[in-house]
Design a protein around this ligand. Sequence first.
Ligand SMILES: [Zn+2]
Length: 92
Amino acid sequence: MEFSKNELLPILNSLVAQKRLNPKCIACGSEDVKFDPILFRLMEYSGKTVELLGRQRVFLLKTCQRCGHTEFLDALVLGLVDPKTGKKITEK
Ligand SMILES: [Zn+2]
């Protein structure tokens, strides 16, 4: 699932203004960080080839362009995804 720049930027700015999102790298302090417009999913690994029923989490990735440190920010906690419909939320 991907956000357009016009969708994601106002959301990120709002979260930063609410102090719910740190716009700096927590490892080196650089302000040169990139938020990936694509949400990624991490799934529980159970040893099966197909993980259709695995527990999973959805994340917004924040990567420092100076040191490469990457944070996984929970998309549900940030309100980027509706937990009932699974669709992205673009209105704040
Ligand atoms: Zn860094």
